[in-house]
Write a protein that binds this ligand. Structure first.
Ligand SMILES: NC(=O)C1=CN([C@@H]2O[C@H](COP(=O)(O)OP(=O)(O)OC[C@H]3O[C@@H](n4cnc5c(N)ncnc54)[C@H](OP(=O)(O)O)[C@@H]3O)[C@@H](O)[C@H]2O)C=CC1
Ligand SMILES: O=C(O)[C@@H]1CCC=N1
Length: 292
């Protein structure tokens, strides 16, 4: 039997098997970018999660310390997918296992390339810092990407392909990744929050929960597609909904009373700031001599 050639033939390990690792891996497998057998999930304790991932996507995983070490030693691409609070310990372990050509792809919010390399104890390791979002799981992700020096063209291409296969990629200077986190990394949560409120308003108005949900989904999808397909600015499209002295104008006035527009901007800015703070908290774990 001939095997289909995949876009990525290298083995990829997700160091961490939570929401974000699952979203990216699910997209990669669904789009036949990489064979499930060439991916490995690693976690610490949650064996049932690994079994569930194996069943749903055919991707193997382990939380056995000896097997984990073996996978980390031999994977040419390792995607860091643990929470920032767990990163220092994991990177200290990882630094002792990898070779100089292993590509480390980090999805960890706030963690700079420099701090990451210092925590690994490998100042020249090829590193790709990314900020994806969970919509990668359905091929509609947005991923910000920054590269360290020392990556070959092939390594860059493969890293880019990992995320391009599950959405759009925005290559940017590393300083902009925290700002990007405030828009696209966390952005889905703001949209879901607004959807929660719309569903609640619908049910308060007498619609069934299912009706309110379906209407809210289609409204958000339709509005996003309108911006994309018409090429018009959101402000212009909003104007077209808003009849003078009509119902929308009354609704927008209510939003303005609560400074909705300002609140969204402040939320995105606070998110970016928090991302940078988390990075500094990780930097503080380094010996003083290694801190920037
Ligand atoms: N969720 C999101 O929308 C986004 C998240 N990110 C970033 O992605 C990263 C992961 O987030 P998320 O997926 O939400 O987190 P989750 O809590 O869902 O998953 C974290 C995973 O890391 C594992 N883990 C922690 N320490 C270790 C270790 N030493 N060895 C092996 N596995 C370990 C956990 O295993 P166990 O459960 O067994 O302890 C768990 O599987 C974070 O750094 C976050 O900043 C970036 C963009 C968007
Ligand atoms: O909440 C967090 O810290 C991560 C970063 C972007 C989305 N989730």
């Amino acid at each position: 039997m001939t095997q289909t050639r995949m876009l990525i033939e290298d083995r990829v390990c997700f160091f961490g098997a939570g929401s974000m690792a699952e979203a990216v891996a699910r997209g990669l497998v669904a789009r036949a970018v990489i064979a499930p057998g060439n991916i490995t999930f690693l976690n610490r304790s949650d064996k049932s999660k690994l079994e569930d991932l194996k069943q749903r996507y055919g991707i193997p995983g382990t939380n056995d310390p000896v097997e984990k070490e073996q996978v980390l030693r031999t994977s040419p691409i390792i995607i860091l997918a643990m929470k920032p609070k767990d990163a220092a310990e994991a990177l200290e372990q990882l630094g002792k296992l990898i070779g100089p050509r292993t590509v480390i792809v980090s999805m960890i919010a706030g963690l700079s390339i420099q701090t990451l390399r210092s925590l690994l104890g490998r100042p020249e390791q090829p590193v790709v810092r990314t900020m994806p979002n969970t919509s990668s799981g359905i091929g509609l992700g947005v991923t910000g990407v920054s590269y360290s020096e020392g990556l070959s063209d092939d390594q860059r291409r493969t890293a880019r392909l990992l995320f391009e296969s599950v959405g759009i990629v925005v290559e940017t200077e590393e300083e902009k990744i925290d700002a990007l986190t405030g828009i696209s990394g966390s952005g889905p949560a703001y949209v879901y929050y607004m959807m929660e409120a719309l569903i609640e308003a619908g049910t308060r108005g007498g619609l069934t929960p299912d009706q309110a949900r379906d209407m809210t989904i289609q409204t958000v999808l339709g509005a996003a597609q309108m911006v994309r397909q018409t090429g018009e600015e959101p402000s212009e499209l909003r104007r077209k909904v808003t009849s003078p002295n009509g119902a929308t104008q009354a609704a927008i006035a209510k939003l303005d009373e609560s400074d909705f527009y300002g609140a969204v901007i402040r939320a995105a800015e606070r998110c970016s700031e928090r991302s940078a703070e988390m990075g500094r908290e990780l930097e503080d774990k380094l010996p003083k001599s290694d801190q920037a």
